[in-house]
Design a protein around this ligand. Structure first.
Ligand code: PMP
Length: 408
């Protein structure tokens, strides 16, 4: 009860939620696409620009030193957030997409040749498919796919045949953005490691909702985006095991990733700077650090418990609505409820919802193979964050009823 009380008031920390859309109070059910930002994150970004703005690492002056301290302080916060062993294992990137491309090009590409495979699943976001297709095209390797079941879970019946010596990496999502399925990644990581196959986890949809411990998972890489976890856009993190990152060549060249440069020889910087070419998103990084502080103050277990309540409540309501089909009914789900309303295209659903002030996402959610599996073009997707209220579930149901009324 105390958990519930603490958390139900948290929406007040998000100034954007306090507005009317089309004459209705905004109900924001699109956090899987991008979360809203609490006041403290907005202030941290503004304060940096107002008080400390300067480039980092090379400046001897006060502002540069303050900016550097804040930037590196955020790295330590990210380390703690995912429980990495050392800060050297945290590389700042633009987001999950950039992190996956970095690993594909720097770690996997040099090891791949014709006959090798890269293993993903049918549940992946395009960001965890296309970089691997590109690296396969570049090397002659083949992309292999762990299939899915009707409920939206991984079909692991053939996993032993897929995890063979030719597989050079298993790249798999922690939580599906289209369906909300939580994958059994710990077991999969152990299985892949038994065969000597490294594992990248796409945690973009997991970190806003649950505690992540990369040492406990024993994954080789874990990637995520700040903007889905209450931080600004354009900042995210790549966790990589130190022993692996040390062996990887830089991905991009430029400033900050070097120790010395001459035309004869360039000596690369140490971890993690070797992978941070160019002036980074300093303000975004500081915002990410503040988002982590904020999430830890709210309590990640409180967040998970409240969102679970919201998802269960919404699922129970939609399950009994005639003409409404939930897409993705995995036993373990987080935050996401995809659905179809019979006889209505999801885009029309989204437009009518918007007229009611309810923001949901409609489309393929950058997961077209999931849509192909169900032989549908799109779904309507409601996704929750801890700032949602139980009354938002009422608004979801009322909007569905409105759609059905209009299409009756
Ligand atoms: N993976 C998953 C599971 C996602 O949901 C997303 C964003 N929708 C991404 C990767 C890509 O994240 P970004 O666009 O922030 O790089």
């Amino acid at each position: 009860m105390t958990i519930e009380l603490n958390i139900v008031e948290r929406w007040r920390d998000f100034p954007i939620l306090n507005q009317q859309v089309n004459g209705h109070p905004l109900v924001y059910l699109d956090s899987a696409a991008s979360s809203q930002k609490p006041r403290c994150v907005i202030d941290a970004v503004a304060d940096y620009y107002r008080e400390d703005n300067a480039n980092i690492h090379r400046g001897v002056h006060q502002l540069s030193q303050r900016a550097t301290d804040a930037y590196e302080g955020a790295r330590e916060k990210v380390r703690g957030f995912v429980n990495a062993a050392v800060v050297k294992e945290i590389v700042f990137v633009r987001g999950a997409t950039e992190a996956i491309n970095l690993v594909a090009q720097s770690f996997v590409r040099p090891q791949l040749s014709a006959g090798d495979t890269v293993l993903v699943s049918q549940l992946e976001h395009h960001a965890n498919i296309v970089p691997w297709q590109m690296v396969c095209e570049q090397t002659g390797a083949t992309l292999q796919v762990i299939p899915m079941t009707q409920s939206g879970e991984l079909d692991l019946s053939g996993i032993d045949e897929l995890l063979t010596g030719s597989a050079k990496i298993l790249a798999i999502g922690h939580v599906s953005n289209a369906l909300g399925t939580v994958n059994p990644i710990k077991g999969l990581i152990a299985k892949a490691h038994d065969k000597g196959i490294p594992v990248l986890i796409d945690g973009a949809q997991a970190v806003p909702h649950m505690a992540v411990d990369v040492q406990d998972l024993d994954c080789d890489f874990y990637v995520f985006s700040g903007h889905k976890m209450f931080a600004p856009t354009g900042i995210g993190a790549l966790y990589g095991k130190r022993s692996i990152l040390e062996q990887m060549p830089p991905w991009q060249g430029g400033g900050d990733m070097i120790l010395s440069v001459s035309f004869e020889h360039t000596q690369y910087n140490d971890l993690p700077y070797k992978f941070e070419a160019g002036t980074p998103n300093i303000a975004g990084t500081i915002g990410l650090g503040m988002a982590i502080d904020y999430m830890q103050e709210v309590g990640i277990d409180n967040i998970a418990a409240h969102e679970h309540n919201l998802l269960v409540a919404a699922t129970e309501r939609l399950e009994v609505m005639e003409g409404v089909n939930i897409i993705g009914t995995a036993a373990e789900k987080a935050s996401v409820l995809s659905f179809m309303i019979e006889g209505v295209h999801p885009h029309d659903v989204g437009t009518i919802f918007d007229q009611q002030g309810v923001a949901i996402r409609t489309g393929h959610h950058c997961a077209q193979p999931v849509m192909q599996f169900y032989e549908i073009p799109a779904t309507a997707r409601a996704s929750f964050a801890f700032y949602n209220k139980l009354s938002d579930v009422d608004a979801l149901v009322a909007s569905i009823e409105k759609v059905q009324e209009m299409f009756a």
